[in-house]
Design a protein around this ligand. Structure first.
Ligand code: NAI
Length: 726
């Protein structure tokens, strides 16, 4: 017998086992939309009406994933005015899940694919959870990564299932997405299956064995594992939680972890139904706020647009790269070789001497050994990866490569030379990429014969960890090359943004503004510890002065001098940034060039470890009375980056808002709570107009570099936001 309701199919066998198949006919994935809510209400009524004839219930899905969670298009539109509606809607779903949970019949979640967020919350309302061990299937509550909390009973039930500490640390606060096997280890599911048939067979077996199932928390005398917050042992540990939260967020304004902690602790001290209401209140508060909107925009919509190829030239057929020549086996080349080999691409790793090339390959061997020892890969897979990398010093070995990625020293003559050496040895139409972080691509391309095939492929350090690659289109780069570069980046599982050629591209240029602003504040007499604290509390992953030390003070100075020369040669005027004088004094007067030189804004021990801020900073730069409001310290850094990004849009270097937002977060550490550098402008108090007014204020107090660019003023006047109208 089978009847179709809108999004949930009811299938009943002769033994009285009902399988509820989640299968929204209008979407490729099941989400918590109106159709689903209506169907859930209908099947719940029917289950109750027919329960005497039923033996049990299996919930599974006909889609690739089990259930995708809340519909983010709806959530991003929630305002304080519509929050009540969201609350009521959420409570209605919770009541239905509760009715299914307390039906008195065994209910089993047969997770055929990913069950994240709302999907895992449905599973939590079941008495038994079995997950199919499908590749890529993930289980957990990642809401925190979107500035939200699991509002469908996820906080209430994980706390009662795992205990408050494990629920917070393993599931709720990090938002970890577990593979089915790891979900089993951590108690998120009860069993795994290796095939769909086994999944359903196991579900049936549970129903046979437990004719009268009940949740542990509905049994008399149930206690939360590990105790409730009222328990003295637990109470003693409670104060550590807010402190740990601070450590996790660096004091940045992420509201979700705090709300999760509060919902878990408050909910653990009351009955189940009250806990559900508490959870819903916190959920709605987060959903109506600006930060979840920023994070949903960036980490869901923008990231999807970027990865799915919104900036890839249209109409160019995909063509896979088979074999890559990586020129230069230093820090970047070694990392790039690993990333390519890991994705199944053969790599010829070339350096000047065989030892240097072999050392570059060793880097992959080390990463592989670590991955094997941690159980993240098998020895066989690691060996196969390493077998794909051929280290060499002989240019002839690049024969047959259909792509070149150059990563030799940052020297234009050397870069030209290595391209000339290989351009006739590789395939005649090989893609030619340079990993330069600062040199203009158009000029580098002039050193090769096929300029149309030349493109910038700017990786970030460390390559194995950093998810972004900035693709730089030179003046003569063709669409075919751009599309191939894009496909190559996706193939190695990284996120590509596309920008037009310009000095420093997008990322290097904008991060320079962040650093300059921090350094300038030191020059204005602000206590350097306050500068570092301001960056950390704004949510920057790296403090500003420590970042400058990592980059060295001398390299940016060299780039700055070259830029000045270039600007002046082109007949322009160079406006010195107040940071320049500080850097010059640090290097010339105090001989402090950064971490690699053993001394910079910080002191370092003999192993190169940062010890403390250099006391000389206070002595030579800090002035009593140079008090700048803490908010200004933070906003000067954030605004400096955002304003320059707007200028980059004006100049046509950036052509996509999504690329700017994603590039700023994944490439240069712009704080994630903002939703990226242009979403920060959109979401600022008072919107784009509010941001513009504040920029004018900063310009009056701190200098003309904060003057809003024409594009910003125009948007503010028209009441528009920065968005890609595709
Ligand atoms: P590195 O100094 O670690 O490595 C450069 C390697 O190139 C050395 O192993 C050197 O022996 C080799 N090399 C020199 N001449 C060669 C030739 N004729 N043929 C083959 N190999 C040759 O430098 P790193 O940090 O790996 O940087 C390389 C490039 O990547 C530079 O253009 C740099 O601007 C860019 N980059 C660096 C980033 C960083 O954070 N270090 C980030 C993004 C880009």
């Amino acid at each position: 017998m089978s009847t179709r309701s809108t999004a949930i199919r009811w299938e009943q066998d002769r033994d009285g086992v009902v399988t509820l198949v989640l299968d929204d006919p209008n979407q490729s994935a099941n989400t918590m939309n109106q159709a689903f809510r209506d169907s859930l209400a209908a099947v719940t009524d029917r289950l109750e009406a027919e329960k005497d004839t039923l033996r049990g219930v299996i919930i599974t899905s006909a889609k690739k994933t089990f259930f995708a969670g809340g519909d983010l298009r709806d959530l991003i539109r929630v305002t304080p005015e519509t929050a009540r509606e969201l609350f009521e809607g959420g409570m209605a779903v919770k009541r239905q899940l509760r009715r299914i949970e307390t039906l008195g019949k065994p209910v089993v979640a047969a997770l055929n694919g990913a069950a994240l967020g709302g999907g895992y919350e449905i599973a939590l309302a079941c008495h038994h959870r079995i997950a199919l061990d499908a590749p890529g299937a993930r289980i957990g509550c990642p809401e925190v990564t979107l500035g939200l909390l699991p509002g469908g009973g996820g906080v209430v039930r994980t706390v009662r299932l795992l205990g408050i500490a494990d629920a917070l640390l393993k599931v709720l606060l990090q938002g970890t997405r577990y593979s089915p096997r790891r979900a089993l280890q951590h108690g998120l599911v009860d069993d795994v299956a290796t095939s769909r048939d086994e999944l359903l067979a196991k579900a049936r077996a549970f129903i046979e064995a437990h004719p009268e199932s009940q949740q542990p928390w509905d049994r008399p005398g149930h206690r939360i594992p590990g105790g409730t917050p009222a328990h003295p042992a637990f109470a003693a540990n409670l104060p550590a939680f807010p402190a740990n939260l601070r450590k996790q967020t660096g004091g940045a304004p992420y509201p979700a972890p705090r709300a999760i902690l509060a919902a878990a602790v408050e909910g653990a001290q009351v009955d189940f139904e009250t806990a559900q209401v508490i959870e819903a209140r916190y959920f709605v508060e987060l959903a109506a706020g600006q930060i979840s909107k920023n994070m949903i925009q960036a980490f869901f919509f923008d990231l999807q647009a970027v990865n799915s190829g919104a900036s890839r030239p249209r109409g160019v057929a995909p063509r896979q790269v088979r074999k890559v020549a990586v020129l230069g086996a230093g820090m970047m080349g070694a990392g790039i070789a690993y990333a390519c080999a890991r994705a199944g691409i053969d790599v010829v790793l070339k350096d000047v001497a065989p030892e240097a090339a072999a050392k570059g390959k060793d880097f992959s061997a080390q990463l592989c050994a670590k991955a094997v020892s941690r159980g993240r890969t098998t020895r066989e897979k690691a060996d196969a990866l390493l077998a794909r990398i051929t280290p060499t010093a002989d240019p002839q070995d690049v024969a047959g490569c259909d792509a070149v990625i150059e990563a030799v020293f940052e020297n234009p003559e050397l870069k030209r030379k290595v391209f000339q050496e290989v351009q006739h040895l590789v395939e005649p139409d090989a893609l030619l990429c340079s990993n330069t972080s600062t040199l203009p691509i158009t000029a580098l391309a002039e050193g090769v014969e096929r300029q149309g095939d030349f493109v910038g492929l700017h990786f970030f350090s460390p390559v194995d960890k950093m998810p972004l690659v900035e693709i730089v289109k030179g003046e003569r780069t063709g669409d075919e090359a751009l599309a191939r570069a894009f496909d190559l980046v996706r193939r190695i599982n990284k996120t590509p943004i596309v920008v037009n050629d310009s000095r420093g591209f997008f990322t290097s240029r904008v991060i320079g503004h962040f650093i300059n602003e921090g350094v300038a504040m030191v020059g204005e007499g602000v206590d350097p510890a306050s500068v570092e604290q301001a960056a950390a509390q704004a949510g920057y992953p790296a403090k500003v002065l420590s970042l400058m030390d990592e980059l060295t003070l001398t390299l940016p100075r060299k780039i700055r001098d070259e830029s000045r020369r270039a600007v002046q040669e082109a007949g322009g005027t160079w406006t010195a940034h107040p940071a320049e004088a500080v850097v010059d004094r640090m290097v010339d007067e105090f001989g402090r060039s950064g971490r690699s030189g053993g001394a910079g804004f910080y002191d370092y021990d003999e192993n190169g470890r940062r010890t403390a801020l250099w006391p000389g900073l206070r002595e030579h730069f800090t002035r009593e009375g140079a008090r700048i409001p803490f908010r200004d310290l933070q906003e000067r850094m954030l605004f400096a980056e955002a304003l320059d990004t707007v200028r980059l849009l004006e100049e046509g270097v950036l052509t996509s808002v999504a690329d700017a937002n994603i590039g700023s977060i994944l490439g240069i550490g712009f704080p994630g709570w903002t939703g990226g550098v242009l979403q920060y402008v959109n979401g600022y108090e008072g919107g784009v107009a509010g941001f513009t007014a504040r920029a004018r204020e900063l310009a009056r107090t701190y200098g003309e570099r904060f003057t809003p660019p024409a594009l910003l003023v125009d948007k503010a006047e028209k009441g528009e936001v920065f968005t890609d109208s595709r």
